[in-house]
Design a binder for this molecule. Structure first.
Ligand SMILES: Nc1ncnc2c1ncn2[C@@H]1O[C@H](COP(=O)(O)OP(=O)(O)OP(=O)(O)O)[C@@H](O)[C@H]1O
Length: 232
């Protein structure tokens, strides 16, 4: 199958060993996320949302099906090739911004680019640009404990964008934030999805923010119901 969408899942099934048997976390899930599209992934606890993100991030290998990232079917790739593809194409934003406590905001971003073999000069320029996008230019020199929870999540988002990913995978970005900060984080994800033309899939419990997304995909018992347009 050929596709130009940044992210396509085709009939993805993921089974975990469970005692003598198996638990089916994903049951023939198909999903496409286009460039500039923000997809909300909702559903009850245990329905498979984190498993879908992990499969899309190529952090777990599905039992069957295809995970296609920017036209590359990842199922045939070895571990090294997968790591390279992930570094180049996928940004991952976890619930808790796992920032390094001794590094300033700008250093958190620069160090992530070292792993990609970029020069320190280019990385520093890119980091400054992205901190400006997320509204943190004035806090570039601050350590994580000197930042608010919302600001730490902004650093996390900027860091995920350092490698110019095609796909952004976001797990409950507002879980630790109050209402006002949650709204501004979702608005920022909306903005960067458009500005950088990434395909963003975001797990959320906050259905009130669904109007800011393009598509709502609902998981139930490992199955994805047909994605619908937000507001439809
Ligand atoms: N590493 C694992 N080993 C065995 N079973 C697992 C593993 N990870 C998840 N599961 C099972 O897979 C199913 C889907 O779990 P998953 O974490 O994807 O759900 P979720 O929708 O993200 O839940 P929540 O909203 O509570 O985070 C559940 O039945 C869970 O118990």
């Amino acid at each position: 199958m050929t596709t130009t969408a940044p992210l396509t899942l085709v009939n993805v099934t993921l089974e975990y060993p469970d005692g003598g048997g198996t638990t089916t976390a994903l049951d023939r899930v198909s999903l496409t996320a286009e460039a500039g599209q923000l997809v909300a992934l909702v559903g009850p606890s245990g329905s498979g949302k984190s498993s879908l993100l992990a499969a899309a991030a190529t952090l777990v290998r599905p039992t069957s099906g295809q995970v296609i990232i920017d036209g590359t079917d990842t199922m045939g790739l070895g571990d090294k090739e997968l790591t390279a593809l992930r570094r180049g194409k996928v940004g991952i934003i976890f619930q808790q911004p796992n920032l390094l406590p001794s590094l300033t905001a700008v250093e958190q971003l620069v160090i992530s680019d070292h792993l990609r073999g970029k020069s320190a000069k280019a990385a520093t320029a890119r980091a400054a640009e992205l901190l400006d996008v997320v509204g943190l230019s004035a806090s570039a020199g601050k350590l994580p404990h000197q930042l608010s929870g919302g600001q730490r999540q902004r650093v996390n988002i900027a860091r995920a964008l350092m490698g110019s990913p095609r796909v952004l995978l976001v797990d409950e970005p507002t879980a630790a934030l109050d209402h006002e900060r949650s709204a501004s984080i979702i608005a920022l994800l909306r903005q960067v999805t458009n500005e950088f033309s990434v395909a963003t899939v975001m797990v959320t419990h906050d259905t009130e923010f669904v109007p800011l997304t393009d598509v709502v995909a609902t998981m139930r018992d490992g199955k994805l119901t047909t994605p619908v347009l937000a507001g439809a």
